[in-house]
Structure formats: structure tokens, C-alpha cells
Design a protein around this ligand. Structure first.
Ligand SMILES: Cc1cc2nc3c(=O)[nH]c(=O)nc-3n(C[C@H](O)[C@H](O)[C@H](O)COP(=O)(O)O)c2cc1C
Length: 178
């Protein structure tokens, strides 16, 4: 089998960055926004750290810089349409909660709300910020976590029940048992 050379190598990336999350953030004016992110990755168990890659031109970039907080909400495949909307429209122009019908619920320890319809939530405070090419990498200290009871087996997420969204080049999939 011949190997082909690819100019945009990241399009091959099949790993953790492909799980789609919806990050909530809010600026000093207290108005919440939602941004869809493929660039999300867990980094450390102790302390619990995660990172996200956000392009500087996103409205959410400004909001995260203003308050230093964000929440990683993970949507099930049934929220595909709302997830795509939040990844193609800007909070500069629209209120994404109002337009999608998603429900903001107060977080336990940070200002930005959780999205009720998502099955898990990691509340984060920014502890590091790095410029990486055309994105900013924010490292978040996870200060509170919560999840829907019915997708958990004890302390462990059951991804077959949760049905997270996996994306490759903006085609959306979920997971099934082998
Ligand atoms: C599936 C998907 C994944 C995305 N991943 C990222 C990402 O990791 N980082 C990023 O900066 N933008 C990403 N985007 C684009 C933003 O979500 C999009 O530009 C959004 O409209 C920005 O919203 P805002 O201006 O309200 O912040 C993604 C979009 C989609 C649909």
C-alpha cells in the first residue's frame, strides 16, 4: 500500500482532541457564552488539569481572558445541532443559550454556568496560558466536577450510555460497543 503525503498533518489526528466539548465562559459583564471545541485534552490527575486550544479571534478568548474561568460541558450526540450552532456562530452577535434553547444552570465554584443538557461538567480556573501558533492553550485547574447520575457506573463515566460526540473534519460520530 503506497503512503500519501499530507500537507495538513493534524487532520490525521484520531486521538483525544477529537471529542467535542462545549465550553462556557463569561466576561466581566456577566453574560455567558458557549464555544464548541475539538481542542480539549485532560493533562494531569493530581492536580486535576485539562487544557483547551482557543483561537485569539474567538469572542470566547476575550471572555476567558477577562475572568480566567471556563466550564467544559460534554454534549451527547443528541445535541449535535446545538453543538454545531455554537461552533459556527459568535457570541458577539447572538445569545447562544437563547438561540439553541440550552439551559444555563449555576456552576458549583466558578462564574460561567453549566449547560444542563450536557452530561458532564468540569469547572476550571486558568492557571497557565501559552501561545501555540494560531491558538492559545489555556491550562485549567479543575475545581469542581459533576455529571448526570444515569451515565455513571459508580465513579466512572459509561461512554456507551453517555454517547459523546466525536468529530473528524466536522463530520460527527458517536461510539458503539465492539
Ligand atoms: C466541531 C467544532 C470544533 C471546533 N473546535 C475549535 C477549537 O478547538 N478551538 C477554537 O478556537 N475554535 C473551534 N471551533 C470554532 C469555534 O467554535 C467557532 O469559531 C465559534 O463560532 C466561536 O464562538 P465565539 O466567537 O462565540 O467564541 C470549532 C467548531 C466546531 C464546529
Amino acid at each position: 500500500m503506497a503512503k500519501i503525503e499530507l500537507r495538513e498533518g493534524l487532520r490525521l489526528q484520531p486521538g483525544p482532541a477529537s471529542v467535542v466539548v462545549m465550553a462556557t465562559c463569561q466576561g466581566e459583564d456577566g453574560k455567558p457564552n458557549i464555544i464548541t471545541l475539538g481542542m480539549y485534552m485532560p493533562l494531569s490527575f493530581r492536580p486535576p488539569l485539562v487544557c483547551i486550544g482557543v483561537a485569539p479571534q474567538r469572542y470566547s478568548h476575550r471572555l476567558i481572558d477577562e475572568t480566567g474561568e471556563f466550564v467544559i460541558n460534554t454534549p451527547p450526540i443528541s445535541l449535535e445541532e446545538q453543538m454545531h450552532y455554537c461552533g459556527t456562530e459568535s457570541g458577539r452577535r447572538v445569545d447562544k443559550f437563547a438561540e439553541t434553547g440550552l439551559t444555563p444552570i449555576p456552576s458549583l465554584k466558578v462564574g460561567p454556568p453549566r449547560i444542563k443538557e450536557c452530561f458532564s461538567h468540569l469547572e476550571c480556573k486558568v492557571v497557565q496560558k501559552h501561545t501555540c501558533g494560531d491558538h492559545t492553550l489555556y491550562v485549567g485547574d479543575v475545581v469542581a466536577t459533576s455529571a448526570d447520575e444515569d451515565v455513571m457506573n459508580g465513579d466512572v463515566l459509561d461512554i456507551l450510555k453517555a454517547q459523546p460526540i466525536v468529530q473528524k473534519n466536522h463530520i460527527y460520530y458517536s461510539v458503539c460497543a465492539k
